[in-house]
Design a binder for this molecule. Structure first.
Ligand SMILES: [Zn+2]
Length: 268
């Protein structure tokens, strides 16, 4: 299983152009989204200390610990999530890799290709030998500066697109590892949809579906009289209720709960 170590920025002192936010907070919000995708794609991940703002820990120590954890775990990719700042006028995605790293470059190309699909600002890859989290990890290291958080438009774009960015990063990592991308939200939708064939219910029908039809007719106010907890026979009263329901809903009135009546009864 491919392993990605996630290392969020610990720069709570870098204020974001979005009021009340800072670099640590929005990078952690982003990683919250990314981990859902990685899990769905079958990519194993570990995440450095959440580094919530002002946790009181030393930033350098946390960074050294993150790399130690990443190496001890045997990560394939060391993924560093930051945002940039300049003078408030600059926008752009600026990922970084270690100079001359072939796997770093291959990963960067996969990631940048995905980012280009959702982001129309400049995208530039940098090679840096001076950054600890690029130089030291055993894994292929990828250090993202997603946007310029001191630019109002860039910061807002980041906040508005956390999930889309997470999806693009997951797609890039899947491409790098040669793993099939799985969208967790689509597969969840499928899992929540159940398709069943409902039988035709008429006077004399019995069983669970007959009871379901009667319960629905009662709940909608068409079944007159009592329905015992074990009643599964769709009788004369139920037929009359079905007819009343059909009349009220502009259906053909035959007292038979079939293809046309079921969907309205269920409320689809
Ligand atoms: Zn922010």
């Amino acid at each position: 299983m491919a392993k990605v170590y996630l290392s969020p920025a610990y720069h709570y002192f870098n204020r974001c152009a979005v009021p009340g936010c800072d670099e640590t907070t929005h990078n952690n919000l982003y990683l919250d989204e990314l981990t859902v995708y990685l899990t769905a794609c079958g990519i194993d991940w570990r995440r450095g200390t959440r580094r919530t703002p002002r946790s009181g820990e030393d930033g350098n120590e946390l960074m050294i610990r993150a790399v130690e954890e990443s190496d001890a775990w045997g990560a394939d990719v060391h993924y560093v999530s930051h945002t940039n700042a300049y003078d408030g006028t600059v926008r752009g995605y600026r990922p970084m890799i270690y100079p001359g790293s072939a796997r770093g470059r291959r990963l960067a190309e996969a990631m940048m290709a995905e980012r280009r699909k959702i982001y129309d600002q400049p995208i530039t890859l940098f090679e840096r030998s001076d950054l600890y989290e690029l130089r030291v990890p055993s894994a292929a290291s990828y250090y993202e500066e997603h946007v310029f958080h001191d630019n109002a438009e860039d910061a807002q774009w980041f906040h508005d697109n956390l999930r889309a960015i997470a999806e693009s990063a997951a797609r890039g990592l899947c491409a790098y590892f040669g793993v099939l991308f799985v969208n967790p939200y689509e597969s969840q939708e499928e899992a929540n949809t159940v398709s069943v064939e409902l039988p035709m219910i008429a006077n004399g029908s019995t069983g669970d579906a007959a009871r379901a039809a009667m319960v629905l007719l009662r709940d909608r106010g068409y079944y007159e009289g009592n329905l015992s907890s074990t009643d599964k026979l769709f009788g004369v009263k139920a037929e009359a209720a079905a007819k009343a329901f059909q009349r009220a809903n502009g259906l053909y009135v035959d007292g038979v709960v079939g293809k046309a009546t079921w969907p309205l009864l269920i409320g689809k």
